[in-house]
Structure formats: structure tokens, C-alpha cells
Design a protein around this ligand. Sequence first.
Ligand code: SAM
Ligand code: SF4
Length: 328
Amino acid sequence: MEQFLVDKFGRKHDYLRISLIERCNLRCHYCMPEDGIQLRDKSEFMSQEELFKIVDEFVALGIKKIRLTGGEPLIKKNFAEILKHLASLGVELNITTNGILLDKYWDDLKAANVKSLNISIDSLEKDKFNAITRRNYFDRVYQNIITAVEKGFDVKLNAVLIKNENDGEIIDFIELTKKYPFSVRFIEFMPFDGNKWDWSKTVSYETVLSLVNFEYGDKLKQLQTEPNGTSRNFQVKGYKGSFGIISSVTNPFCDSCNRIRLTADGKIKNCLFSEEETDLLTALRKGKDVKHLIFESINSKHKERAGLKAFEAKDFKTRNRSMISIGG
Ligand code: SAM
Ligand code: SF4
């Protein structure tokens, strides 16, 4: 009989997000702490074989969709091999990437039947992009985005909005969707360890919406939210692409959450904001029952945002990992 991961609130979990690696070829300031993260011994992370064994357990529990993320998934050694193996499991495969190395993998992505690519780009201005990411890859990322569209991938662009940094570019991003059929997703800046988050830097869903309403008025059309989707989506009439707002801070999508996360060191996080984790890798290495631990983790999932207080509370604090080691 097929088994499913259903939590106490009746939410069925069939979407696994795997962080393949904690390292990255960029240093986005909202993700990677200024001093970097502590490098750990290779033995603390899942080997390829261990990753495949753990994924098999999840697939047996009804996982239908897998997203590879990181750190930067494309810098993982043997990325193409991992992709090929996962593609053979009959699940939908998606990738979230900073886009730098996409040109190395077009054929592998097509062969693995990857249809959709989420590519992060926080500014359309080269100098600003390079300042946010503390590296110099704007041209390559931008070119790879255009090539991804030309190759027929369903492209979503992720832009984390930070007040007084890139919030002046919201309309520029939307204007790109006039010519290109991608979807730009504006993401509210979220708090994680070491990223100097504070409420005043967040550009909220409401703020974006009033700006675009002012700019486009009647030309703006609301699109349907996808089942289990995390963004509220809109289109400017006559434009090829669309845009959405991911409001995890001011208006989370917990009611329809179907996601579970596996970190590169083999731990489950049942919510992006969860401070608690379940260690599957140690259990696997000791020959213990991993399925049972997965059930326990889902069963302990909170109703909303891992039971955290409202972010806007003055005394808000989180002990969560930094985003680079969770996988967004
Ligand atoms: N390196 C890949 C990339 O940048 O797309 C995948 C990993 S990254 C952690 C996944 C997503 O999380 C990216 O779109 C990134 O912009 C987003 N992200 C990272 N830190 C964030 C934060 N503090 N608030 C909101 N989104 C964040
Ligand atoms: Fe790297 Fe992605 Fe984090 Fe930027 S957001 S530092 S690209 S993992």
C-alpha cells in the first residue's frame, strides 16, 4: 500500500527540497554571513550513495517532486550523475540556482527532463548585482537566463527585495516580462543566522502591490495561485511573462505547505524556519530505521512558521542556520 506523509493538520507532504552542498560561488550578503560559514569535514555530509538511499526512503513515502538547491547545487561534484539518478526515480525534478554554471549543464538538464529552473538575480544593474553577491558574475548569469528561456525552460527569476538596495528596480524587473516569458518572483527578505535582518529592511507584499497598482492600474491582472504555490501572481496585460510576490514574512503560505527539506549533512527540517532538525544521516549510518524518523519529524511540524513568534515583535530572535546551509 502506498504511504504518505501527512501531518497533524492534514497537510500531505510530497515535495522534497534537497540542499546538495553548503558551499557557494557567490556571497550574497542576505544569505551568507560576512565571515562565511565554518567549513566542516567531508565526513559530516551525505555521500552520494547515502543521499540516494535517503531519497529512496522519501520516494517510498510518496514524494513526487524534488528540488535541488544549496548553497549552489551546480558546484556539487558529480552534479550531472546525481541528476541522472534522480531523474530515473520518476519524480518531477527542479533546480534553484544562481545560474553561473548553467551553461555547463544544458544537455544534462534536458536529458533529466528538468522543465523548470529558478534562477536568482537580485539586480539588473551590473554593479549593484556584483555588490550584493560580492563577486563578479553578472554578465554570465544574465546571459544564462536568456539562454535558458531560448532553450524552452520554464524560467522563474528570484529576487530578494531589500529596502534602499534594490526596491527601486521592481518596475524594471516587471518591464523585462514584456519581452521575455519568464516569471519574476519578488521575495520578502527573511531572517536567518548572521544575515543582519531587521524588519525595516523588509519590502512587504503590500508595498510591492501598491507600487505596481499605481504603475499599471487596470492593466494588472491577478493570476491563479498554483496548488501549494508560495507566490501570489500577476501579469501586466499583453506582457509575455508574469510576476509574483513571495510573502513568507508578512503572509506565509503555511496552510497549504507540502514541503520538507533535507540538508547536505543529512538532517530534515520540517519547515524553513524550524530550529529543530532530525538527523537521518547518523541513523542511516547506524543501520536504524530512517522512515520512522521521517514520520516523527512530519508529525511534530507546527501549524505556522515552526511556531515562531511574529517577526515584527521587537524581541524577535531566531537560532536557525544561515540560509546558505539550509537551502532556500
Ligand atoms: N544558490 C542558489 C540560488 O541562489 O538560487 C540556491 C540556494 S539559495 C539559498 C535559494 C534562494 O533563497 C535564492 O533565491 C535566494 O535568493 C533565497 N534566499 C537566500 N537568503 C534569503 C533570505 N534571507 N531571505 C529571502 N530569500 C533568501
Ligand atoms: Fe549562494 Fe544562493 Fe546564497 Fe547567493 S543566495 S550566497 S547564490 S546560496
